[in-house]
Ligand binder design. Sequence first.
Ligand code: GLU
Length: 296
Amino acid sequence: MSQPKHYIGRFAPSPSGPLHIGSLVAAMASYLDARIHAGRWLLRIEDLDFDRNVAGADRDILRSLQRCGMQWDGEAVWQSRRQPLYEAALRRLGAAVYPCCCSRKEIADSRLRMGEAAKQIYPGTCRAGLPPGKAARAWRLRVPLQPHQLIRFNDRLCGPQLQDLTAEVGDFVLKRADGYWAYQLAVVVDDAEQGVTDVVRGADLLDSTARQIYLQGLLGLPTPAYLHVPLVVNADGEKLSKQTGALAFDRGDNDLLQEALLPAARLLGLRLGATPAGIAHFWELASAAWREKLYT
Ligand code: GLU
């Protein structure tokens, strides 16, 4: 008989505000998926965008998860304390990475001269070297021009995906002009370093996945399985921001069930089949419903 898959999942919130219904849905999906696979569920605070961090939001998120009965395995990690790992990865990428001196305005200006299709991507000004007298601001990853770099993967929920990195993304930033590490690099390094086998997160990151798979290939790192859950949007179809969707987690168990866990389960499309008698019972019902949703 084959061995059951060794499963490591994770939830990786950015501490830019308290847990909201959208992030609760992502947390719930990754927690349930780890649970039905008898796997580990890790917690990583993605606090590299120092301009967006809100003081105390990290601890607040951890407390809210615990209140909901979502206990992570091992110690939570903070990306801000792991920066030497990102530095080492950038060095390992060698000539695939190049310094870029372009400001946003310069990039916008040179895009004016390009065709519609190319407007989203970096025009490649610094690809062949910095212009004389210019200093590096950011570091970019070289995406092959010819042939185009295609990335295919199979999302466990959304199905087969294909992205043309050359045409749709272009040379992307790994270290930003403000000196901050870019999400794309940090997430790849951390998922591999933490042994993550399954990434379950919101569909806003579906579009980032090809970049991450490409980086994994260059760094010789394994590619985890991916599952993206639909985004929670408001009546106008806008992604719920952390400001609009804040939930109160310091309430009694029944309020927590009614106002947080059950709405999140509903948004995930889970059919619980019974009224949970408490939080532990909720997780039993929700796990069965998640298994049914994915595997029947
Ligand atoms: N930190 C990201 C966020 O809060 C999630 C990153 C990920 O799950 O890969 O949106």
